[in-house]
Design a binder for this molecule. Structure first.
Ligand code: TPP
Ligand code: SF4
Length: 329
């Protein structure tokens, strides 16, 4: 019999993955934040310490005296996960240990109130992977808008009405701001593409220095969709160009997930109640829909998302296509 030597990479991928965030926590069904934390820890394995900013992830995973975490875990304040993670890393370094520190923060804790702490951590070059699970609002306190909330989305503090169609301002481009700190690696990822997300975590862990992962994480409660649709919706965000999957090394784009046949933005928006007002028969609603389509078109053009490599639609969880930069194992 022809006996071929098995590919060690394939064998490794068939091993049961480390479940660092166990079941039994109290997240809503279909919560993207929970999926993000689980996928990140599947890639890190058990030898990590976690700092977790106040927010849904912290609240649903650690109702006293229980915890769903199977790694050492510290609850920071809403505003200082970056500082706490930096301190943990400095303490480990002083002990001569190279265990990696991971910080988790929501978009409110990252883009807004925790940004100062994050910026300091990046600039001082701490050996920390910071993961922002982006559910695009302050969910834990009742769906208030953040600087990550997309333009025209409904939140409790950006209700659509006569004067405006939901949030007036644009979603902050956090990745560019993070990249401006000259850190070695920053990337976007999505819960809809687990192999890509895990690979990006492994890349970040292999680097000595600050790294940043921005993960699009649907929230059924705040976005107004059935929890069973979370992955489909996250996938549409990528396929429409609303949430491009890219990698940056020292500020330069080195990888993108191509989308050969971009889908219309309306397909992504119409599945979520937070954009329902954009589908009424109204000139202002049509104008805002066009505006959102223009944002997606800009992303596609700016990052050159069409025309390179396999289409994310055809390749379940396609990896980003590299355009130079470091050579990855
Ligand atoms: C200084 C401070 N201000 C406000 C709060 C109340 N608070 C706790 S969690 C939260 C929202 C967190 O939003 P985000 O970081 O996006 O995480 P999510 O809840 O969406 O997971 C707020 C406003 C707080 N804990 N500390
Ligand atoms: S409110 Fe949203 S982010 Fe919070 S647990 Fe529910 S689905 Fe997750």
């Amino acid at each position: 019999m022809d006996h071929q030597c098995p590919d060690p990479d394939r064998l490794r991928l068939r091993q049961p993955r480390f479940q660092g965030l166990t079941s039994g926590h109290r997240a809503c069904a279909g919560c993207g934040a929970a999926i993000t934390a689980r996928l990140v820890l599947e890639a890190t394995g058990p030898d990590v310490l976690v700092a977790n900013a106040t927010g849904c992830l912290e609240v649903f995973s650690t109702p006293w005296p229980e915890s769903a975490w199977r790694v050492p875990w510290i609850h920071s304040l809403f505003e200082n996960a970056g500082s706490v993670a930096a301190g943990m890393e400095a303490a480990l370094k002083a002990q001569g240990r190279d265990t990696k520190v991971i910080a988790f923060g929501g978009d409110g804790g990252t883009f807004d109130i925790g940004f100062r702490a994050l910026s300091g951590m990046l600039e001082r070059y701490h050996n920390v992977l910071y993961v922002c699970y982006d559910n695009e609002a302050y969910m834990n306190t009742g769906v208030q808008r953040s600087s990550s909330t997309p333009h025209a989305a409904r939140t409790t503090t950006s209700p659509p009405g006569k004067a405006r169609m939901g949030k007036r301002h644009l979603k902050k481009d956090i990745l560019s701001i993070v990249a401006a700190h000259h850190i070695p690696y920053a990337a976007t990822a999505s819960v809809a593409y687990p192999p890509d997300l895990r690979k990006k975590v492994r890349r970040a862990l292999a680097i000595e220095g600050p790294t940043f992962l921005h993960v699009h994480s649907p929230c059924p409660l705040g976005w107004g969709h059935d929890g069973a649709l979370s992955i489909e919706i996250a996938r549409l965000a990528v396929e429409t160009g609303m949430f491009p999957l890219i990698e940056l090394e020292r500020g330069g784009v080195t990888g993108v997930m191509p989308i050969r046949n971009p889908r219309p933005v309306a397909e992504y928006l119409r599945r979520q109640a937070r954009f329902r007002h954009l589908f009424q028969d109204d000139a202002k609603a049509r104008e805002e829909l066009e505006h959102l389509q223009a944002i997606a078109d800009h992303n596609i053009e700016f990052y050159g998302l069409t025309g390179h490599g396999p289409d994310a639609l055809d390749t379940e969880g396609a990896d980003t296509a590299h355009r130079g930069g470091m050579r990855w194992a």
